[in-house]
Design a binder for this molecule. Structure first.
Ligand code: SAH
Length: 506
């Protein structure tokens, strides 16, 4: 049996992209991932299918598994010969009990490696525009636990030295003791006027920052109801925030945006949302699969050289069409006599990847616009192939037939309901944790409604901005009883993002 190994991996402070490349690669190959509350759970989506994922959710006042039980679990899994990622928030060796876990592995004779992470002690201030050191302010930094009762007689923290001994003080786990920490620092010589800040849920869409002075920070936090997980930053560097704040100024900062497209298609939209400072949440309402009956598509592929036009109306249409050609061992050159039309730039790009150039592309990405564009190009009697989704609208083939074309409409792929976690989405909507929902086709709307199965859908969506890629999708949403706030003027992902930004005042 191969020997197991445990990787103590730092997940970073919350923004999933702040994990190291090494940590990310290990998540993708681990047999078992053991994680806790602060270790960005969005990273778990990258675990390989079949990986075992164990939540040992520690929070300050509740231990799902005790530390001894976590240690035992790691040892047990490693003895089974597994590759284990012990995923820890921030850096595993900064107040994460990573040191204790490593010791236990050594004692049990288990191999381990440490993959450092970006600690919240530095990243949360950075995302609030606070550099923890700066030549003009300080060149010393202390990272301190705020978990320990500051009034304890035999404190492990030398308050007399630390209060003035380091320019910047960063406390983790300190919110419950904040007033006492501030008092201790002042009693030991730190000026009450020292700038102080709190950053809660740093690097995440929920990030909240509060700035005050050492003297007043406790009262201000209480007033704002600001609790853990937060870092406390004390020192002159805090004043740099006025000038350096950046994350909180991003257009979609603070917004969690639901992406309802299929998993394969979600990435472009998700990326754009992340870049704008928002958090994409993927809830695939659609899964795209091969048709059960390949007959009509195979028939069309067999007669390829008889078509005058092939019209592709989606990237999926292109991908499934050529996948089937490969499977049937048909050469792409058999397309030769046909002229190609793409519904929009993405579909055109998909064709160009195969080295195929399109002769027609409408200015607007709708079936009606294709017809307009093809008038004069498609002649009466032309044979037109339309490889599409099983549920595609009839407007296009009907209009082509009116132009006198012989249309072969074949199913290249089918859309079925996705398998996103509807219960989780409902709960998040209920808690106001989703700010924007995007719909990129009528089927995303229909499936979303069906998957949520909420008779009181209106209530769930009352505080949420609903954004649709175009008027047809918006129409479907309205028919389903969903209020639509944003409709893209240009029916593409870029157009949708533009419209959302405009709605948000950018
Ligand atoms: N190993 C972790 C710290 C674990 S202790 C690290 O290196 O970041 C847990 C404490 O970390 C919390 O109480 C809080 O003070 C801080 N923390 C973790 N993630 C945080 C975040 N995203 N924003 C602010 N503070 C965070």
């Amino acid at each position: 049996m191969s020997k197991g190994v445990v990787y103590l991996v730092g997940a970073g402070p919350g923004d999933p992209k702040l994990i190291t490349v090494k940590g990310f690669e290990l998540i993708r190959k681990a047999d078992t991932i053991i994680y806790d509350r602060l270790a960005g759970h969005r990273l778990l989506a990258y675990a390989r299918p079949g990986a075992e994922i164990v939540y040992v959710g520690k929070s300050p006042d509740r231990h799902t598994l005790s530390q001894a039980e976590i240690n035992r679990l790691m040892v047990e899994k490693a003895r089974e010969g597994k590759t284990i990622v012990r995923l820890k928030g921030g850096d595993p060796f900064v107040f994460g009990r990573g040191g204790e876990e490593a010791e236990c592995l050594v004692e049990a004779g288990i191999s381990f490696e440490v993959v450092p992470g970006v600690t919240s002690a530095i990243a949360a201030p950075a995302y609030a525009g606070i550099p923890v050191t700066h030549r003009d302010c300080t060149s010393t930094l202390a990272i301190i636990t705020g978990n320990e009762d500051p009034l304890k007689e035999d404190s492990g923290i030398a308050w007399d030295k630390i209060s003035t001994g380091a320019g910047t003080l960063v406390f983790l786990m300190g919110m419950a003791n904040l007033p006492d920490i501030a008092r201790r620092l002042m009693e030991n010589g730190r000026s009450p006027q020292t700038p102080a800040a709190l950053v809660r849920w740093g690097t995440r869409p929920e990030q909240r920052t509060l700035v005050s002075t050492l003297e007043n920070i406790g009262a201000k936090a209480a007033e704002a109801g600001l609790k853990n997980p937060a870092v406390i930053i004390v020192g002159d560097v805090v004043s740099l925030r006025d000038k350096l704040s950046w994350f909180e100024k991003k257009p979609l900062f603070g917004k969690r945006v639901l992406v309802t497209r299929s998993r394969e298609q979600a990435s472009v939209l998700s990326e754009a949302i992340s870049e704008l400072g928002g958090e994409p949440l993927e809830f695939p309402t659609i899964s795209v699969v091969e048709p059960e009956d390949h007959g009509p598509l195979d028939q069309a592929i067999a007669e390829l050289n008889t078509f005058d036009w092939i019209i592709f109306t989606s990237v999926n249409g292109v991908e499934f069409f050529f996948r089937r050609m490969r499977r049937r061992r048909r050469d792409i050159r058999e397309l030769y006599p046909a002229r190609l039309c793409a519904i929009g730039p993405k579909t055109r790009e998909a064709l160009e990847k195969y080295g195929l150039l399109v002769e027609a592309m409408p200015d607007e990405y709708r079936a009606e616009a294709i017809v307009e564009d093809l008038k004069g190009k498609v002649k009466a009697g032309d044979r037109v192939l339309l490889p599409r989704a099983d549920i595609a609208r009839k407007a296009l083939p009907e209009a082509l037939a009116e132009m006198g074309a012989h249309v072969s409409e074949v199913t290249a792929y089918c859309t079925v309901a996705g398998r996103g976690d509807a219960a989780m989405i409902k709960e998040m909507l209920e808690n106001g944790e989703i700010q924007i929902i995007t719909f990129t086709s009528s089927s995303t709307v229909r499936n979303f409604v069906a998957m949520l199965a909420a008779p009181d859908l209106k209530r769930f969506l009352s505080g949420v901005t609903v954004a649709c890629i175009g008027p047809i999708t918006a129409g479907t949403a309205k028919e389903s009883g969903i209020r639509v706030d944003v409709v893209a003027g240009e029916y593409t992902i870029e157009g949708l993002i533009k419209a959302i930004l405009k709605h948000c005042g950018f």
